[in-house]
Design a binder for this molecule. Sequence first.
Ligand SMILES: Nc1ncnc2c1ncn2[C@@H]1O[C@H](COP(=O)(O)OP(=O)(O)OP(=O)(O)O)[C@@H](O)[C@H]1O
Ligand SMILES: [Mg+2]
Length: 271
Amino acid sequence: MKNSGDEIETVAHSFNHMVRELTLAQNRLIEVQKELATKEKMAALGRFSAGIAHEINNPLGTILVTAGMLKEASSKDTRILPEEFDEIIEEVKRCRDIISTLRTYTSRTQPSLTRMRFSDFFDRMAQQMRSVVEFNDWELAFTSAVADGDLLVDLKAMHQVFHNLIRNACDAMTGCAVRRIDIIAGKETDHFSIRFQDTGPGFQCLPEHIFEPLFTTKAQGTGLGLVICQAIIDGHHGRIEAGRIDNRITEFCIRLPLTRSDSENSGEDHR
Ligand SMILES: Nc1ncnc2c1ncn2[C@@H]1O[C@H](COP(=O)(O)OP(=O)(O)OP(=O)(O)O)[C@@H](O)[C@H]1O
Ligand SMILES: [Mg+2]
C-alpha cells in the first residue's frame, strides 16, 4: 500500500504532466491561429486580385473589340466615327483610374502621423474641401463643438478620406433638390467624432457590402473609395461606420483617438 508521500508525488507528477500537455496544446493552438490568419490573408489577397483582374479585364475587352473594328474599318476605308475613339479613351482612363487608386491604396496603408490640435486639423480640412473646385455647386457645412484636444493625424491621408466621403455624398445626391453635406465634429471622453451626413436616398445595397474592395453601384465607380478610407482610418487607430438616421440621413462616422497633451500629462499648462 502506498503511503501519503507517494500519493502526493503521484499527484504532483500527473499535475506536471498535465501542465506540460496543456502548454503543448496551447502552443499548437497559437500556431494553428497564426496559420489560419495567414491563410485568411492569402484568401483575401486572392479575392482582391481576382476582383481587380475582373475590373481591368472588362475595359480591356472593350478596347480590344473597338480597336479591332477600327482596324477593319480603316482597311476598308469606311468612315470611322469619333465615338469609337472616345470609347477607347474612356476605357483606358478607367484602367488608369483603377491602377492609380490602387497605387494610392498600397502606398498609404501606413500613415505618417503628426500631432496637432483637433480644431486646427478640422479648420484645415474645411478650407481644403471648400477650395476643391468641383464641389462649388454643393453646400458644405462644417460645424464643430470641439474646443480643445490633440490628435495624431496624417493630413494628406485624411484629405483623401474627406474627399472620398464628400464625393460619395455628392454622387448620392445627384438630382436632389437640396444638395447639402453636413460635416459635424464632436469630442467624447477618449475620441473625436466626425460625422458626414447627406440627405440622399441612402444605400442601394446591403450596407455591409459597401466596405468590400471593388464593390460599387456606380457605372464609373472603382469601388475602392471606402476601402481606402477604412485603411487610412485603421492606420490612425480609429473606426469608420456607416448608417441611416430616421431613414432620412445617410451618415458616415469617423472616430479618431484623442491624444493626451503634454500639459495634461504633467498637470501644467504650457500653452
Ligand atoms: N453617401 C452615400 N450614400 C449612398 N450610398 C453610398 C454612399 N457612400 C457610398 N455609398 C455606396 O457604397 C459604394 C462603395 O463606395 P466607394 O466609395 O467604395 O466606391 P465608389 O464610390 O462606387 O467608387 P470609387 O472607388 O470611385 O469611390 C458606392 O458605390 C455606393 O453604392
Ligand atoms: Mg467613392
